[in-house]
Ligand binder design. Structure first.
Ligand SMILES: Nc1ncnc2c1ncn2[C@@H]1O[C@H](COP(=O)(O)OP(=O)(O)OP(=O)(O)O)[C@@H](O)[C@H]1O
Length: 269
């Protein structure tokens, strides 16, 4: 007879992803009729994994991220985060960072980071301690009392990342967070994000147009088709970590980037 432990192991559910999306469809209502943005999107992101989403312009990447964040409802389908549906923004489970840092100009860096805790009416000492720790984490411990206009573009995005992490959510979503930055700052921010990710072990979903950024950052790249967006490839990135600038010149890196490019380049006319 099979021992009880064996039976239990067989009966245990398969390990679930931190994020599980199934049958996601979305059509926007426009004056010209419905615009099908997403078609039957399904994906799983394992706990602590760094997943990057790429795809042609207008394929629905931002729409998908907004839905994962609970900021937009899909026409159909299900999104589970940590085993429970996402139906509205839930900063305890999901932090979000957008292309624009969207900081309040009248608040210091510290108070911007603390703002979500203020909304929750957390005690002031706790808010400040937590926000200070997050600023330290993103390398801005010395800039706590500065206002947004006194910060560079890269520093503002660091504040935005710190704010996304301040409630310690298991998931961090980033929608082209470095797109507005110059190339040098963008590279540095990519490295910085990997350092933060390694320190916190968050589950990360990152949208970008940059194929180099995608391969450099990801454990796995999800490639979307042109609209209506579908997932057409799940490409693991077997490059070792920590990633380095030199890896970008390797044949393996080039092969991975080319695999994405071949799938998203516009068809020749
Ligand atoms: N509020 C809206 N109303 C109507 N159509 C919309 C709306 N938001 C997005 N769309 C359309 O849905 C499609 C997907 O848009 P979305 O912004 O999600 O794509 P994307 O892949 O993030 O684009 P990009 O790469 O250019 O940032 C596009 O065709 C867009 O025009």
């Amino acid at each position: 007879m099979q021992p009880l432990a064996e039976l239990n192991r067989d009966a245990a559910p398969a390990p679930r992803g931190m994020i599980e999306v199934s049958g996601l469809n979305h059509a926007y209502a426009t004056r010209q009729g419905p615009v099908q943005a997403l078609e039957n999107v399904a994906l799983t992101v394992g706990q602590g994994r760094f997943t990057v989403i790429v795809g042609p312009s207008g394929c629905g990447k931002s729409s998908l991220l907004m839905m994962l964040a609970g900021l937009r409802a899909a026409s159909a389908g299900q999104i589970l985060c940590a085993g429970r549906p996402i139906t509205a923004p839930d900063p305890d489970r999901v932090g979000v960072v957008f292309q624009e840092a969207n900081l309040f100009p009248w608040l210091t860096a510290l108070d911007n980071v603390a703002f979500p805790l203020t909304l929750r009416r957390a005690p002031k000492a706790e808010r400040q301690a937590r926000a200070r720790a997050m600023l330290e984490l993103v390398g801005l411990g010395d800039a706590a009392t500065r206002y947004p206009h006194e910060l560079s573009g890269g520093m503002k995005q660091r504040v935005s990342i710190a704010r996304g992490l301040v409630q310690d959510p298991p998931v961090l979503l980033l929608d082209e967070p470095f797109a507005a930055l110059d190339e040098q700052t963008r590279m540095a921010m990519g490295e910085e994000l990997l350092r933060i990710w390694a320190a916190t072990r968050k589950t990360v979903v990152f949208v970008t147009h940059s194929l180099t950024e995608a391969v450099y950052l990801a454990d796995e790249v999800l490639v979307m088709s042109a609209r209506p967006g579908r997932i057409i490839d799940r490409m693991p990135v077997p490059l070792p970590r920590p990633r380095s600038y030199e890896m970008m010149a390797s044949a393996e890196f080039g092969r991975l980037r080319d695999r994405i490019w071949q799938q998203i380049k516009a068809p020749a006319r």
